[in-house]
Design a protein around this ligand. Sequence first.
Ligand code: THU
Length: 128
Amino acid sequence: MSPAELIAIARKAQERAYAPYSGFKVGAALLSSTGNVFTGVNVENSSYGLTVCAERVAVFKAVTAGEKDFSCIAITASGNGYVYPCGACLQVLQEFSPDLKLIISDEKNNYKEYNLNQLLPRAFMLQS
Ligand code: THU
């Protein structure tokens, strides 16, 4: 699947974001190694700290469906410029796919590509 196709899926999902408090809508499209795409949107709450980001919603949906290996995620948002995932989402993404490719889109669907280890070079790892 091309970056443009994955961005289009994230952008479509973004319409369904629940963001009445920030007004900032985010969409994510997570491509699994088996070729399935899982979308996510940010889901806010009047108790602000309960908000969940779009990226984590996509991961949790995928894991619930039995998928734990991902090749790529596209992220779109309603603001201007490139919107990068927060640190919490990067940590959740690296739990499953440390080699993940991230496609970060701006409002015109221009995009930049990164590897997860560029954005989170020293992820937390539980030592056993
Ligand atoms: N948000 C995401 O969905 N993903 C991120 O990586 C960062 C922030 C959401 C959370 C909140 O609903 C809104 O953006 C403003 O912080």
